[in-house]
Design a protein around this ligand. Structure first.
Ligand SMILES: Cc1cc2nc3c(=O)[nH]c(=O)nc-3n(C[C@H](O)[C@H](O)[C@H](O)COP(=O)(O)OP(=O)(O)OC[C@H]3O[C@@H](n4cnc5c(N)ncnc54)[C@H](O)[C@@H]3O)c2cc1C
Length: 408
């Protein structure tokens, strides 16, 4: 079987490794000519954590992970106002949680690719033609690539989705926020945020800080805006939107890197009635972005890749495998999407009275019942899908029998 994958991000790299391990010939395209160096901190837990364990890549992820002992909301002078129940969340997950920068997670997944995976950086596609038993992909250099299956793993603004399923506007649900992430050097900020995740306790706009190795600080910023349109000059827009905030914010704005080194996008979800068409299938953010408010997109990307590869391994018909994948995985991502939408107001309160309410709830988090509720909101519903598919796991009713265990 020959598989073409568009996108060498988290989902694309994970599915490339799986498909290659199953004996498929794999080509991966990414339009970036170098691996992305910038990114944001990812709390990695749940189904993705389990899938990474099943793939055997978890120890390498843990090696590059950061230790976060506590998370707190601070006032304009950096004084702690209230803690976030990060420890409780870790407890609710039995410690099966780690915090990792997106480029580090991608590097681990890239390093885990078998040598025979054909990874083509600086390459994209411009046209997809369907055949009865596969696809012909026109690359942006004019070359053609035939494959039995095309996997669109090219993120929330997927080109594969646009080419095969139609305009993004049909599928993108804008949640009313913009988000930015960048890293700045801060030798003098030193220990201020070491081993902690610190967020400003502010309405309508918020910045969060993680201290990285080598005295760098990872920043993520989110603000409310009814206008989905992205600014031309990202750095100038960030400096404008977050001006006047206290503590580390002026320093972050001063040292904010060039626009090309900043992640900046709408906070949005992707909802599609169907994830596959003929021999084209979408995975990760391309078909089911949950948004940063759900906080599990990377985890779902790895887990979804695992589920797709498992269905292809177990089923002799590619079409049926794509159906099984969607049937198993769609309910899981839809629950996270609902959770993400419900959490938006909690994540970034719209007014000072809502801020006070959130603070009051968090101050009660020493009560087991309250802390359980907050952790449940952060973690969402657990799913048994990966556990049942893993070696030794029981097959769920909706999954096909494991008898047909070669790549179709
Ligand atoms: C600020 C922030 C915080 C987050 N925090 C968390 C968290 O705590 N936990 C968590 O699990 N998730 C988190 N997420 C979500 C997570 O980062 C995404 O859900 C995840 O990266 C999706 O992976 P993906 O592989 O589907 O897409 P992406 O990571 O977007 O990868 C897509 C890849 O496709 C490539 N590409 C795009 N277009 C083309 C094209 N036309 N041709 C070829 N290649 C192309 C890109 O270069 C990229 O390499 C967060 C997101 C943000 C923005």
């Amino acid at each position: 079987m020959k598989v073409a994958i568009c996108g060498a991000g988290i989902a694309g790299l994970a599915v490339a490794e799986r498909m290659s391990a199953l004996g498929a010939e794999v080509v991966v395209l990414d339009r970036s000519s170098t691996p992305r160096a910038h990114g944001h901190m990812i709390d990695f837990f749940g189904s993705g954590y389990e899938a990474a364990e099943a793939i055997g890549v978890l120890p390498a992820i843990q090696e590059v992970a950061y230790r976060i002992d506590a998370a707190s909301l601070v006032d304009e002078h950096g004084r702690r106002r209230v803690g976030l129940p990060y420890g409780e969340m870790a407890k609710a997950l039995d410690g099966r949680l780690c915090s990792v920068m997106r480029p580090d997670l991608e590097k681990v997944l890239r390093d885990n690719l078998p040598r025979n995976v054909d990874l083509r950086l600086g390459r994209s596609l411009s046209k997809v033609s369907h055949r009865d038993d596969g696809v012909t992909v026109m690359l942006d250099d004019g070359a053609e690539l035939d494959a039995d299956l095309l996997v669109g793993a090219d993120g929330i603004h997927s080109t594969v989705r646009e080419l095969v399923f139609g305009a993004e506007s049909q599928y993108l649900r804008y949640l009313g926020f913009h988000c930015a992430a960048f890293v700045f050097d801060a030798p003098d900020v030193g220990e201020t945020t070491r081993d902690r995740f610190v967020l400003t306790d502010t309405a309508d706009r918020q910045m969060g800080f993680y201290m990285l190795q080598d005295n760098r600080v990872a920043v993520f910023a989110v603000h409310r805006t009814s206008d989905p349109k992205l600014p031309h000059d990202t750095r100038a827009a960030i400096r404008d939107k977050y001006a006047g905030m206290g503590w580390l914010v002026p320093e972050a704005l001063r040292r904010c890197p060039r626009s090309e080194e900043i992640y900046y996008d709408q906070v949005a979800q992707i909802e599609m009635p169907r994830w596959s068409k003929n021999r084209v299938i979408l995975i990760g953010d391309a078909c089911s972005a949950v948004s940063l408010f759900a906080g599990q997109g990377a985890s779902l990307a790895v887990a979804g890749a695992y589920v797709l590869a498992e269905q292809l391994r177990r089923t002799s018909s590619v079409d049926r495998a794509l159906d099984f994948y969607e049937r198993l995985w769609r309910p899981v991502v839809e629950e996270k999407q609902r959770g993400g939408r419900d959490s938006a107001g909690w994540f970034l309160p719209a007014s000072s009275s809502q801020l006070r309410l959130r603070r009051a709830a968090l101050r009660l988090a020493w009560l087991p019942m309250v802390s359980r509720r907050i952790s449940a909101r952060l973690v969402g519903e657990p799913t048994a899908v990966i556990a049942t598919l893993r070696p030794g796991g029981e097959d769920s009713d909706s999954s096909p029998p494991a008898a047909e265990d070669s790549v179709p």
